[in-house]
Design a protein around this ligand. Structure first.
Ligand code: DAH
Length: 334
């Protein structure tokens, strides 16, 4: 009998240790301490114990019962007070939720939109999937122009392609509304090129088109200088250099002084102190005609720039591929 008492005590102790919650403690109480529990059963058996052993066994049993009861009470008390601890503490600081940021390209587009909105430009969009007519023909590309070559353009079929620039939207905007027109056109463009630190098959451009009576090159220049000062700061120097685009005449590339090295020479400006930032020009009469505008009555300017490049210069990023990898270690910095 004494042996049995020791056994039950050990069993009780073990199960008490393993009781993690109020539910387990309740099961423990029922098994050992309830009216028909194991300890009560031992008291039943006491009647069968020979009289001379009764006092010893009775004492051991009483000890077991009071030990088990107080150990159980204590455990219940602890559980209760622990659950009392987790009452709502309104003074605790909140757990911060991780907040995403806008992609640096999106941020740059937003800034460009804001700057041009301040100069009276609306916003227009066009399809990424274009036809040959809007991407090339209407923009005065001659039939054998090398830009139509398979090497630069992703063709979907003979006449359908992924636009290689945002300029086709110029035609769509003119077709959709009579002059005057003054819009910027942000969007994705596609080129079939080898991916490297400096070029990618997908990138973004922002296009501008302004057509009205008597729009002049000096208006184009004034617009661009104001834009550059707003985006890169008023101390930046600039220059225009004549160039060729089929859809503008005359045409120019705009350069700004390299603010990364202050024109001392660095890898970004290829050690010549100047950064090419956009192409521009007066809209070619043939382009106005394709848009349904009469070039004898209207003139206009247009320009287009790569957004990755603008963002690259702003943030000092040296690899265009970073924009498209969605590595949060990169994105988190903006
Ligand atoms: N479409 C040209 C390109 O992708 C950029 C450009 C140059 C756009 C001159 C224009 C412009 O509107 O006038 O390289």
């Amino acid at each position: 009998m004494l042996e049995q008492i020791r056994h039950i005590r050990e069993e009780f102790e073990r199960e008490l240790r393993e009781s993690a919650d109020a539910k387990a403690l309740e099961a423990l109480r029922i098994k050992f301490l309830a009216r028909k529990g194991l300890i009560a059963q031992l008291f039943e058996q006491l009647r069968t114990v020979p009289p001379d052993e009764k006092p010893g066994v009775g004492k051991a049993l009483n000890e077991l019962r009071s030990y088990a009861q107080s150990a159980y009470d204590e455990a219940i008390g602890q559980k209760k007070s622990r659950s009392a601890d987790v009452r709502l503490d309104l003074t605790l600081p909140g757990r911060p939720k991780p907040v995403g940021t806008r992609h640096p390209i999106t941020q740059t587009i937003e800034d460009l939109k804001r700057i041009f909105a301040g100069m009276g430009f609306g916003i227009a969009y066009g399809p990424d999937i274009e036809d040959d007519y809007h991407n090339f023909t209407a923009l005065n590309f001659p039939p054998e122009h090398p830009a139509r070559d398979m090497q630069d353009t992703f063709f979907i079929s003979k006449n359908v392609l992924l636009r290689t620039h945002t300029s086709p939207v110029q035609i769509r905007v003119m077709k959709a509304q009579p002059p005057p027109v003054r819009v910027i056109i942000p969007g994705r463009v596609y080129r079939n090129e080898a991916v490297s630190a400096r070029s990618h098959v997908i990138f973004h451009q922002i296009e501008a088109l302004s057509v009205d009576r008597n729009v002049t090159f000096s208006e184009l220049k004034g617009t661009l200088v104001s834009f550059v000062h707003q985006l890169y700061g008023s101390s930046v120097k600039y220059k225009f250099r004549p160039t060729f685009f089929p859809f503008t005449e005359p045409s120019a590339d705009m350069y700004i002084s390299c603010f990364i090295c202050n024109q001392k020479g660095c890898p970004v400006c290829k050690y010549n102190g100047w950064l090419e930032i956009l192409g521009a020009g007066m809209v070619h009469p043939n382009v106005l005609r394709h848009g349904g505008y009469d070039p004898r009555r209207y003139s206009g300017f247009a320009f287009g720039m790569g957004i990755e490049r603008a963002a690259l210069l702003r943030y000092g990023i040296d690899d265009i591929r970073l924009y498209f990898e969605n590595d949060v270690r990169f994105l988190r910095q903006f």
